[in-house]
Design a binder for this molecule. Structure first.
Ligand SMILES: *[C@@H]1O[C@H](CO)[C@@H](O)[C@H](O)[C@H]1NC(C)=O
Ligand SMILES: *[C@@H]1O[C@H](CO)[C@@H](O)[C@H](O)[C@H]1NC(C)=O
Length: 290
């Protein structure tokens, strides 16, 4: 009998360890960012599905959010590195110096990058995958261009094919920092806004009410860059139970991709990388921990 009680207590205690490993944030305990491609703010915000998210009681539209470069790659690099690293094309680079992953791991905050069609192997550094397609594109994967990730097999293993997400959801193992990068059809790059938003609705509606995914989770939806906007203004939406929106569901604060990075840093008191993230305004104005 004593043994049974001990075993029962041990089971309760050890299942509690999984949640104890969560590093509580000031505003949210998990962030899930999904990055779309190549669209002006004015068009993206008219998407019926996106509108339904930012106009909900858990949504806010950032009405003054600018991308930081052209073409794609410098924008993705900015989100985790705090600068464009001088990149002005979509080439292959090994970027040195600290990035967000160093700050997260220093605080034991778990992370993964879910890349659609990243099925060509752990630490795959090629430009496209699967062979003969341009579905996965390295230019949209900033993690693999960080030298302290692409030379570290343990870190490389955190860049996974997106099919891993549903496995992680069902095991309640979704990390605390998630970047989800759809392939070049689902993100609108090779298709259209309406194709991307149809994919997005199917993907998000199937998962957004799952407590293994949404508990204290801030969802962040953003486009990498604008097409015609002179200021490179893009649509950006915060969604989830940490969002306490104003009555018009809009935040007109001036933000950039560096605000995304600064928001993550501020949430977990990570400090900063000493680049543009050090001075960017974090997008926390309408966030309150649930
Ligand atoms: C990046 O580093 C890898 C491994 O050291 C090397 O094979 C590759 O050529 C480098 N790429 C560039 C663009 O320097
Ligand atoms: C690409 O990834 C998507 C999403 O996981 C999947 O549905 C599709 O079958 C993949 N396509 C190829 C050619 O592997």
């Amino acid at each position: 009998m004593k043994l049974l009680i001990f075993v029962t207590l041990f089971t309760i205690f050890s299942s509690g360890l999984a949640s104890a490993a969560i590093v509580a944030g000031t505003y949210f305990d998990r962030i899930v960012a999904v990055i779309f491609e190549n669209q002006d703010y004015s068009k993206a915000i008219k998407s019926t599905y996106l509108t339904s998210l930012y106009n909900s009681p858990e949504g806010v539209l950032l009405t003054n959010y600018d991308a930081v470069g052209h073409p794609s790659e410098p924008n993705y690099v900015a989100m985790i590195y705090g600068s464009t690293a001088g990149i002005t094309d979509d080439g292959d680079y090994n970027i040195t110096g600290q990035n967000l992953i160093d700050l997260l791991e220093a605080r034991s905050i778990t992370w993964k990058a879910y890349m659609e069609n990243y099925t060509c192997g752990v630490c795959f550094t090629g430009d496209f995958c699967p062979a003969g397609t341009d579905l996965y594109a390295r230019k949209h994967n900033p993690f693999i261009s960080m030298e302290d990730i692409n030379t570290n097999p343990t870190r490389c293993a955190k860049i996974v094919d997106s099919s891993q997400l549903d496995i992680d959801i069902s095991n309640n193992q979704v990390p605390q920092y998630v970047m989800y990068v759809p392939n070049q059809q689902d993100d609108g790059h090779d298709t259209s806004l309406s194709t991307a938003m149809t994919w997005f609705q199917g993907w998000f509606d199937a998962r957004k009410n799952n407590p293994n995914f949404n508990t204290n989770t801030l969802f962040f939806f953003v486009w990498d860059e604008a097409v015609t906007s002179k200021t490179n203004q893009v649509a950006a939406v915060l969604y989830g139970t940490p969002v306490k929106p104003p009555s018009n569901n809009q935040d007109s604060t001036a933000y950039t991709h560096y605000s995304f990075l600064a928001g993550v840093e501020k949430n977990w008191n990570l400090g900063n990388l000493g680049r543009n993230d050090a001075t960017a305004t974090p997008f926390t104005k309408y966030l309150v921990h649930p």
